[in-house]
Write a new protein. Sequence first.
Length: 602
Amino acid sequence: MQGSDTAQTNTRSRSLPLSEESGLLARFANPVSLVLLITIFALALRFVDLGARVAHQDEARVAYWIARYAETGVWYYRPIVHGPFLVHVNSILFSIFGANDFSMRLVVALLGGLLPLSALLFRERLRPSETVALAALFALNPILLYYSRFMRNDVPLAAVMVFALGFFVRFSDTRKLRYLFLGVASFALGFTMKENALLYVACWVGAGVLLYDHRLFLRRVGNEGIAGAIPPRIRNRIRANDDQSLALSILLGLAVALLAIIEFFVIIIFFYAPRSQGQSGPGLWKAFSNPGMFPDVIGSATVGTWNEFMSWTGHTDHPYLPFFTDFLRTLEVGALALCVLAVAGFLIDRYSGDRPNDVVSFGFYWGIASLLGYPIVMDIKAAWALVHVVVPLAFPAAVALALVFRWGRDGYERRDDVSAVAAVILLLLVSAQVGTAVYDTTYQNDQNPDNQLVQYAQSSSTDAKPLLSDLQRISQENEGTDVLFYGSELYSSDESADDIAPVGNGGDGWFARLPLAWYFEAADADVTSTDDADDLQGDKPPIVIAMNSSTTCSDQSDTAEDIDSHMDGYSRYEFERYGFDSGCTVSSMAIYVEEGRTVSES
């Protein structure tokens, strides 16, 4: 049995003829049609109830600043918020669909749902059944699905980098320049999403070195030496061309490389260039009316961005083992079947057939490097980092999954009931494990702190969306101040300090208000705050919010109990801003709403 094509070379197509994969798959539909159907299903899974989950604090924080940018036109790169892709794209979506939980997650869901299409870019290197299996793994993995419904850059980054790799592979297979430039565009977009695009490059270089070692090992016999690791197409071209045609080929290659570099930096500059409407300093749109500003804009978008990133000090000084074991627990919940299949697929591909499949080996090395490396660079334990492990491991996993299918198909066609039934049982076990995990982690318990995929800053108030919608409606209907936050933790002496990122002096209470600050900003609510309980004795806004007291914290000051006696005529509701109380990081908040306002039961 073989998990990938035999006699794979770099000078011909790696795909097997459909006649060799005859049977159910070939008779039912070709791989392109199946991948398209899987992609449609993946999009449906990602868009159903996309706005139902209460915003995670990271989502709320970034969405708030995007909404502010859409209103002010002011944006500067800050590494702590990561790349500008979602900022610029979502500011447009907010203007079209409004600022809400659905619109902020829309582009992430779209890119995550389109990821299965990337499998078609590798169809020259994979069997048809492996191509379909790869698309299915991208569509249905619980970790990829959960974080395709979450406004973070991880899934978009993984998606565009896989597309970039696929376009580069297609360029290598077809020599068509359109694939090269599409690959460069995807690669550049990855660098506009998140700084760990650099880790993709590092992993790719490492995996590439190991593949080069494969070639040296496989061709160590004979007298070719290191030159034997150079692809035959390149060696043949060098031997066949005279000096003049070789020089022309080199010049054409340099011209194409220059165009690719220009394309890369145009995309980088467009996204990273500062926007400074109404403020002093360079700005992209201002430069079109003042061309002399372009050098400063370009410098800020390139050198300035790099310096900002290099000067940013993330808090990554932590023990390695607790983070690594947390990663393993997350993989057990969200990618157990995929990981088992990945190991099996890598071993099958490596030790059967004439030679290993480069794409399969590359994906395995890339995935293992990510699994070992991300615990070092992460500053918190978060399941979203495993996106960058699951995606590359899907390549070898597809080999094993497709092999089980072919095993069952061949058994059915040979009337070998034992093989057919065994394959069906294995496929059912994989489907059951994945399906159960998808339902539990993504739809049933997507805010439950016991869900391994849920990070601590996710509100555990699963029934709060009707209440939040009513708070937004009340704010829009009210005249004057809509919301008052009480307590030193929620107090900001200058509410306008939150208008433009980063939060300025006097805006200290803003962070503690998340994720509520996002919902009130989306409703354009008029917000104020106080740290004096006596201010609640007179007239009050229709919405008042305070922290609850907690048994996990000895400090019981500035809580809802201080103002409860002043809240006659108000109904009290509970809201969790985190998953649970942890020491003096209190999750529970009291939300008071003026009676007479219609509020949904939560």
